[in-house]
Write a protein that binds this ligand. Structure first.
Ligand code: BG6
Length: 266
């Protein structure tokens, strides 16, 4: 089923079927909720988040586009604070319910397709209609809801080189990732990662993405963020499907580029 609804006062689209359901706000084309039928909410949201047109939502899946990080104002690009157009939806033969959202920003066009079902699939397509080459960075900045940051581990990035954004150093990951402090890393990896949380495994498979960002602000940084509760950090981790830093994508006029995250829980 594809329904228009209100979510915390924001215009949204709910995509649901017997296998799962997702809610996407038009502010940011932001996936704010996904659950598999019979399962629990997959995405984390801060109790301190803003829910207002033109403000980013703290949690869910912010779309960072057409740049990632504070390289320009606004940080993480205009997509997450812009109102997107709902361009329609389809019930797919494979059981997924799909909704498509569009945004134009200058000479750039974006199309976000969210498919809810047994898995959550998010595809972000970009087309550059200007002249000459255009450099794009982007992320599907996924906030996962977890039992406790001290108990989870992430696999699939062993041997991947990464930039530690806190120190500027480049290193290579040696083992499964466990987080016990502020962590902000851009891994160079196009592979599948898995988030392990007790008996739960969340698999994040991707296409068109050469970076995976792993982020937890820990306490001091949370205190500095107005839209993030001081003691909320143990309940979340971001594992982001991205093209960031040195993995920027060069678009040529008229060309479509696509990045996809397929997230499934076992
Ligand atoms: C992560 C970045 O992707 O997003 C971090 O790597 C940043 O550096 C975090 O702090 C949150 O960004 P923002 O703009 O939503 O506060």
């Amino acid at each position: 089923m594809i329904e228009e609804c209100k979510w915390r006062g924001l215009d949204a689209i709910r995509l649901s079927n017997r296998e799962g359901e997702a809610t996407v706000t038009l502010n940011g084309a932001h996936v704010v909720s996904y659950r598999r039928a019979g399962g629990e909410e997959l995405l984390w949201l801060s109790a301190k988040s803003h829910y207002a047109e033109g403000k980013p939502i703290r949690g869910g899946i912010p779309v960072c586009w057409p740049w990632f990080g504070p390289v320009q104002e606004p940080a993480h690009g205009v997509a997450r604070i812009s109102r997107w157009e709902f361009a329609g939806g389809t019930e797919r033969e494979d059981g997924g319910t799909e909704g498509c959202f569009r945004l134009k920003s200058g000479d750039l066009e974006a199309e976000l397709t969210v498919t809810a079902g047994r898995a959550l699939r998010v595809e972000l397509k970009t087309r550059w209609t200007g002249t000459g080459p255009m450099e794009l960075t982007e992320a599907l900045h996924t906030y996962f809801r977890i039992s406790d940051i001290g108990k989870i581990w992430i696999t699939g990035l062993e041997n991947a080189p990464f930039v530690d954004k806190l120190t500027g150093e480049t290193k290579t990951e040696s083992a499964a990732i466990r987080i016990d402090r502020e962590t902000d890393r851009v891994y160079h990896s196009s592979g599948t990662t898995e988030l392990h949380d007790g008996g739960r495994t969340v698999r994040i498979a991707k296409r068109g993405s050469n970076s995976t960002v792993v982020w937890n602000p820990w306490r001091d940084k949370s205190i500095r963020m107005a839209d993030f509760g001081d003691d909320e950090y143990p309940g979340m981790v971001c594992v982001e499907t991205a093209n960031a830093g040195a993995d920027a994508v060069t678009l040529t006029p008229g060309e479509w580029h696509s990045i996809t995250a397929t997230i499934e829980e076992f």
